[in-house]
Design a protein around this ligand. Structure first.
Ligand code: COA
Length: 520
């Protein structure tokens, strides 16, 4: 493979200015992150620790194999909503390795309103299960939750992708042989009781874990019966009388050890074999990405410069290099794993769409995972392009993206606008993972364009408020808060995150395509 020719002058004043601009973006990102992770002075955290319980992220750290990474997802879910009273939406989700096996871990954070669920908590839990299903990952639920956050019940309880979906997913995954394991480390009330009850195997901590359909106050109100939590649904009751749980643990550490022991009995994953080569570092430092991208999304960015900082040896075997040049396609390796890359370099034209569709078909046949680097303002517009059938070319690309059976990972490196979002494997196309860089934006179009459109249709005034609305709703924090992505990634960490996501996505064999390659 050829080393990518890079042209950017890292000593230039423009590059240094962009680096400086990016520092402000990173400062905001890191400070938001710190606020949800470091909550040592929060009274609920202090109370939790005083009870001798472990914090959710600490539990995860002890559960996974020593010195292995944990790929935390959507850490900023629910940010800027509910007066910021639900950090990380009160649930930690992510992928860690347990006894050598990549596993989806879902841990309630009882220090956030008793671990109760608002809309984003449910969405994050269900998204974690979707990832587990798509990538064939065993699930461990570290349960410590008061169930539905009652004032929000209308947004969480009854609809198709609401709370009940969690249990439906557990049953369906178990039926597919995807292990479901619960560790009850706190309360597990009402509907929440079904998380351990629906699991293949369940551990419960003595004098700490409880499982009941109705807690003591509800029982008293309903039947007049007075009963303590322990008598009603404590660890001893469930492991020796009801049989709802299988293993009695003495404390958090013991429970996590017992959970790891269960993993020793799981069958091996049926992974997709790949031509894995030794890892070679890129030739350029990842931190240079801060000076390559532009906080002003109107300024163009050459994706070759980004690719050179992500791929092994900065190598890239480009496909159709001189054709449809507003999209860049080609083969490379990330930490030894062979991949196909599709990256925007301007509007999607007819040629670019056909080229990308052809390339996606090639990757599909060669069983190469696809990485989409999205920085797209949309398809090109105008009479000439409509008449040459841009919609037909775009449809071919969207069709290729939707039907490709290889793993897809999408990274928004700039703007994600209009149908460009769809053509580049946006959320609706079920990429295995979708991450965003901290300066990225996402929306149907930019605010000024939207105001312009409305003005030309209705001669509407007051465009400024629409511009502001669009600006606010396009923010990466607005997106991640609503779990339109799987999290915001620091550009300098991207290579590691992509490598982890790729490894995870190869946990199931890739299906063979059903048709030949149509040359576009
Ligand atoms: N809905 C709304 N708020 C709830 C809640 C629920 N289901 N469960 C707990 N909370 C809130 C509490 O009001 C409190 O809010 P505050 O911090 O603003 O005062 C916060 O969560 C922490 O609750 P607290 O009872 O102080 O914490 P705890 O650690 O001692 O107990 C629970 C946690 C979950 C065991 C306990 O609150 C409880 O049993 N809640 C009711 C659970 C229930 O019946 N759920 C049924 C719904 S499916």
């Amino acid at each position: 493979m050829k080393t990518i020719a890079v042209h950017i002058d890292v000593k230039s004043a423009e590059f240094q200015q962009r680096m400086a601009d990016y520092r402000a973006v990173l400062t905001e990102f890191r400070s938001r992150h710190d606020q949800v992770i470091h909550r040592e002075n929060d009274p609920a955290v202090i109370k939790h620790l005083e009870r001798g319980k472990m914090l959710a992220r600490k539990r995860i750290q002890l559960l996974i194999d020593p010195n292995t990474p944990f790929l935390e997802l959507s850490a900023l879910a629910a940010c800027d909503q509910y007066e910021n009273q639900f950090p990380s939406a009160g649930i930690i989700t992510g992928i860690g390795v347990i006894h050598g096996r990549e596993t989806m871990i879902v841990a309630n954070d009882a220090t956030v309103k008793g671990g109760t669920y608002v809309k984003e908590t449910v969405k994050k839990h269900i998204r974690a299960q979707e990832i587990a299903l798509q990538n064939n990952l065993p699930c461990v639920y570290l349960v410590d939750s008061g169930g539905i956050f009652l004032p929000e019940q209308a947004n969480i309880f009854a609809d198709r992708f609401n709370f009940g979906r969690i249990f439906n997913n557990q049953a369906l995954m178990s039926a597919k042989g995807i292990p479901q394991i619960s560790v009850v480390m706190g309360s597990c009330t009402a509907g929440g009781a079904y998380v351990p009850a629906m699991s293949d195997e369940t551990i419960i901590v003595r004098n700490q874990g409880t499982i009941f359909i109705g807690g003591p106050p509800l029982v008293k109100a309903a039947t007049g019966e007075e009963v303590s939590g322990e008598e009603l649904g404590g660890a001893v009751v469930h492991t020796s009388i009801s049989g709802v749980a299988d293993h009695l643990a003495e404390n958090d550490v013991d429970a996590l050890r017992k959970c790891r022991a269960i993993f020793e009995t799981l069958p091996l994953a049926n992974r997709q074999p790949v031509d894995l080569q030794p890892t070679v570092a890129p030739l350029f430092p990842a931190e240079e990405l801060y000076g390559i991208v532009n906080v002003d999304l109107k300024k163009s960015v050459d994706p070759h410069e980004i690719i050179a900082r992500l791929t092994d040896g900065s190598e890239f075997q480009e496909f159709k290099e001189q054709y449809g040049m507003t999209i860049v396609t080609g083969f490379a390796r990330i930490m030894g794993i062979p991949v196909g890359l599709v990256a925007n370099k301007g509007f999607l034209t007819t040629e670019a769409s056909l080229k990308a569709a052809h390339f996606i078909e090639l990757c599909n046949f060669r069983k190469l995972p696809l990485i989409f680097l999205q920085n797209i303002s949309g398809f090109i517009v105008g009479k000439k392009y409509e008449q040459e059938g841009i919609a037909r070319a775009g449809a071919k690309l969207i069709h290729a993206v939707a039907t490709a059976s290889v793993p897809k990972i999408t990274l928004v490196t700039g703007g994600s606008y209009g149908a460009g979002n769809y053509a580049m494997a946006g959320r609706a196309f079920d990429p295995n993972f979708l991450f965003m860089w901290p300066h990225a934006k996402i929306g149907v179009m930019g605010g000024e364009q939207a105001a312009g459109v409305l003005q030309s249709i209705h001669s509407q005034k007051g465009g400024q408020s629409l511009v502001q609305q669009f600006e606010a709703e396009s923010s990466v924090y607005y997106a991640t808060s609503r779990i339109w992505d799987d999290g915001i990634v620091d550009p300098a960490d991207t290579r590691n995150v992509l490598a982890l996501a790729l490894t995870v996505s190869l946990n199931r064999p890739i299906e063979a395509p059903k048709t030949g390659i149509y040359r576009m």
